[in-house]
Design a protein around this ligand. Structure first.
Ligand code: AHR
Length: 494
């Protein structure tokens, strides 16, 4: 195959760390994410579990090196009253999940369950606090309950409920989508509300510092980010969020499987908009915060289709299309590591672009899971600057860049390069020049399949798994890599 793309990596110029938190996840009380997903109940005899959380899910997420988990929403968070989910089960009231199908939940999965799960996973918890229908006092109490080491009403209540040591929760969202389901606020109004909440949240964690995350813009709402950056004193805000889903059309999102190539193209077009959104929101942040003290957290992202409602609210299959979204968008986040310090794919189990799907006692790992696992070599590694000259992926006269790349060097000095070819029909061969280093030993893994529609099923769980990749050569220090259509390749270069 003739070489038609080129990449130059400056292997000796890395400056910024790729935060492992870019590889974060999200678990909302929605459909079968928590109940019937993560949580099968402490008395379940059929499915092996630890305090009600499935052991197979725990193991899969540990293998993925999940760095953080956001909970309890999403839209649900602004209806959630945490005190209803602690203490004796017999005294817990129910809650109607008014955003997601109106299910009545028994509050059996609460703060202790979630924070203990994060401890088992070795993941940082990210609690999303209720601003839309809660109170400042409720949030103060939650911080005190989870983080205070001394004697206080909330810390004592935590101890009475069986937990001596605080969990020291670092990440705190101050409302979610406050422009929509979190209260339909204007940016100006929310900026004031945010200031009020953020004022009272610190002071309960000893010397540990919490990070407060302002509910952020959707997609290209630059006014939202500008208003927060301008109106909120930066010592009150450690991060601003951003949400962007890859959606064809909110009124008709298209099928999860059986989509046309035109629908695939549009999904990728929407996914690649992340580059523009992250760049433009960062530029606004640079204006008000040139020292980059406030981070950008993309705390919801992923593909959203008309899935299979019979299997749960917002349940959808996960095909090679989703692998393309994951590979391309994670490359974008890596390359913006200087400002993007966290991202949370929506969602971990049985909802939207899930890494795990379950059916009763069965569990499968999706193509998105495999991409995230291949990419976890970038966690906390040093981003290497690069430039790329890519051919286009063309359909019906429209064009998208076919290839995307990011590269990093880990603390052992090993370089990793992740390359994605989103072209549905054409393979592309790319030359990779590495300046400031030499490719002596190269090993690769690939995720690819015969059809874009391919996916793992409960009957065929390993249809799509990473394989060894050998379609590269090294000559005179230059690496030439052949990327099949719709494939993700990760190379280890020593
Ligand atoms: O992830 C599903 C929903 O999408 C979340 O609850 C909300 O924040 C977003 O609109």
């Amino acid at each position: 195959m003739a070489q038609n793309a080129s990449v130059i990596i400056n292997a000796d110029q890395g400056e910024h760390q790729i935060s492992r938190h870019i590889y974060g996840h999200f678990a909302e009380h929605l459909g079968r994410c928590i109940y019937g997903g993560f949580y099968v109940g402490a008395d379940n005899q059929a499915i092996p579990h630890t305090d009600g959380v499935r052991n197979d899910i725990i193991q899969a997420l540990k293998d993925l090196k999940v760095p953080n988990l956001r909970w309890p929403g999403g839209c649900f968070a602004d209806t959630y009253h945490w005190k209803d989910g602690v203490g004796p089960q017999s005294e817990r009231p129910t809650i109607v999940n008014r955003w997601w199908g109106g299910a009545t939940e028994d509050n059996s999965f609460g703060t202790h369950n979630f924070l203990n799960l994060c401890e088992v996973l070795g993941a940082e918890p990210y609690l999303s606090a209720n601003v839309g229908s809660g109170t400042v006092q409720e949030v103060i109490d939650w911080v005190q309950y989870t983080n205070h080491d001394g004697v206080s009403p909330m810390a004592d209540w935590r101890r009475a409920n069986g937990r001596e040591k605080p969990w020291a929760v670092k990440y705190w969202g101050v409302g979610n989508e406050t422009w929509g389901c979190g209260g339909n606020m204007t940016a100006e109004y929310y900026a004031n509300i945010y200031r009020q909440y953020a004022t009272f949240m610190p002071g309960w964690s000893g010397s540990a510092k919490i990070e407060r995350i302002a509910s952020g813009a959707s997609g290209n709402d630059y006014h939202w980010t500008e208003t927060l950056m301008k109106n909120v004193p930066h010592q009150l805000m450690e991060a601003v969020a951003l949400h962007h889903y890859s959606v064809l059309d909110w009124s008709e999102k298209g099928p999860d499987v059986g989509f046309s190539e035109a629908q695939y193209f549009k999904t990728m077009e929407e996914s690649l908009k992340m580059e523009e959104f992250v760049t433009r929101h960062s530029t606004i942040m640079d204006k008000y915060d040139p020292e980059k003290k406030v981070a950008l957290f993309v705390d919801e992202w992923g593909g959203w289709y008309d899935g299979d409602a019979d299997k749960g609210v917002l349940y959808q299959q996960n095909t090679m299309r989703d692998a393309m979204i994951a590979g391309a968008v994670l490359n974008i986040f890596n390359n913006h590591a200087e400002r993007v310090k966290m991202a949370n794919i929506a969602q971990a189990v049985n909802v939207l672009q899930a890494v795990i799907l379950t059916d009763e006692e069965k569990m499968i790992l999706t193509p998105t899971y495999h991409v995230m696992k291949l990419y976890n070599v970038h966690q906390d590694a040093t981003l290497l600057p690069l430039s790329i000259d890519t051919p286009d992926y063309e359909l019906d006269g429209k064009k998208l860049p076919a290839l995307s790349v990011s590269a990093s060097r880990d603390d052992q000095g090993v370089m990793h390069i992740s390359l994605v070819n989103i072209d549905a029909k054409k393979a592309h061969s790319t030359e990779v020049k590495i300046h400031g280093d030499e490719a002596k030993t190269v090993r690769g893994s690939i995720l690819s399949s015969a059809s874009l529609q391919d996916h793992n099923t409960f009957d065929n769980p390993d249809k799509i798994t990473p394989k060894d990749f050998k379609d590269f050569k090294v000559k005179d220090g230059i690496l030439t890599v052949s990327l099949p259509p719709f494939s993700v390749v990760v190379l280890e270069v020593k």
